[in-house]
Design a protein around this ligand. Sequence first.
Ligand SMILES: NC(=O)c1ccc[n+]([C@@H]2O[C@H](COP(=O)([O-])OP(=O)(O)OC[C@H]3O[C@@H](n4cnc5c(N)ncnc54)[C@H](O)[C@@H]3O)[C@@H](O)[C@H]2O)c1
Length: 368
Amino acid sequence: MKLLLLGAGGFIGVNLTERLIKDGKHNVVAVDIDDEKIDYLVETKSPKLEYHNLNISSDEAEIDGLVAAADVVVDLVAFANPALYVEDPVGVFDLNFTQNMKVVKQCLKHKKRLVQFSTCEVYGITPAKAAEQFGLSSDTHITPFSEDESPLIMGPVKNHRWIYACAKQLLERILDAHWKRDGFQFSVIRPFNFIGPRIDFLPSEAGGGSPRVFSHFMDALLYGKKPIKLVDGGEVYRAYTYIDDAVDCIVRIIEDNNSNCEGQIFNIGQPENELKIKELAVRMCELFDEHFRAEGDPPRPEIITVSGEEFYGKGYEDCDRRIADITKAKTLLGWQPEYDIDQVIFKTMEHFVNSHREKQKKESGEVF
Ligand SMILES: NC(=O)c1ccc[n+]([C@@H]2O[C@H](COP(=O)([O-])OP(=O)(O)OC[C@H]3O[C@@H](n4cnc5c(N)ncnc54)[C@H](O)[C@@H]3O)[C@@H](O)[C@H]2O)c1
């Protein structure tokens, strides 16, 4: 098949592209506005990979041509960074809904199947937290989020964090509406906290910026310039999925060998890998000391608490807990995640540490 991957230069995109090239079964046409992460794959000059530096917002004619020539379109393009949701909610809605909608229309026009990346954030907060906020019983049972049954519960409009989830949810609803009305072929993927190599930059190396939480903690461990900051005490839960497990499931959805993915929404996650963010911070410190600490590294960073408003700005609110019900992916795709939480953290840290050591060697003149 000829696969068009939009946003192929991002964290999930490069890991997916690498796997597809390695498999060698499909031709990958990769599109992104940013070459930095995907450069290492472009440099391999694989005959299975064609890369285009294009912007889905402004290069409509070129994207339209690529959609027309593809067998399956995989859309990963989004602003997927919580700091941006409160900093630039209009920009987040524009890219994550309006610009992505252009891709949906191109797929409809050319009758192409679309695999659309959504998010686990569409589930919002748990019914238990919502009940608590309304002063109802706080012992409501926490159930995993199920694709076709769970309610999607967002906070108030003034809490702009929810614009990301709303834009993604609206896109999902439009896809399903076109499926119902036009027989549009689509599958939606809701990722639950994937981590692994190339997830994000380190602020100390990029001259600032606000990546996702793992990179913030790694930055504190490797550079020691700032403490590890736990937003609102790090009391929220996350269940991390290793990127290789996630990519394995994504490939099954793209290939759809059993022809049972049409019109389906898939959670991809590892419900057994749940921990609180404050536990993640401690575990990362322990694993760093145990396996990675080298001479000259800064001392173990202090772990402090900051408010969500102080860290992200006004309008921040968080999902309290998100556990994926992955029955559908297991049943329809025969997929099973393999990596436990310690392996996920260790392998992701290993990539960061190795890249950092390489950089240190280059800077000290040991490697040219
Ligand atoms: N990583 C996760 O755990 C996670 C969780 C939930 C949802 N998702 C969703 O999965 C998808 C991929 O996530 P990711 O973690 O790889 O994010 P990412 O930010 O690393 O990748 C997104 C890519 O889109 C590109 N892009 C942005 N604007 C573009 C434009 N106008 N034209 C072309 N390319 C553009 C970016 O340069 C980037 O490479 C996103 O839709 C995201 O919302 C990811």
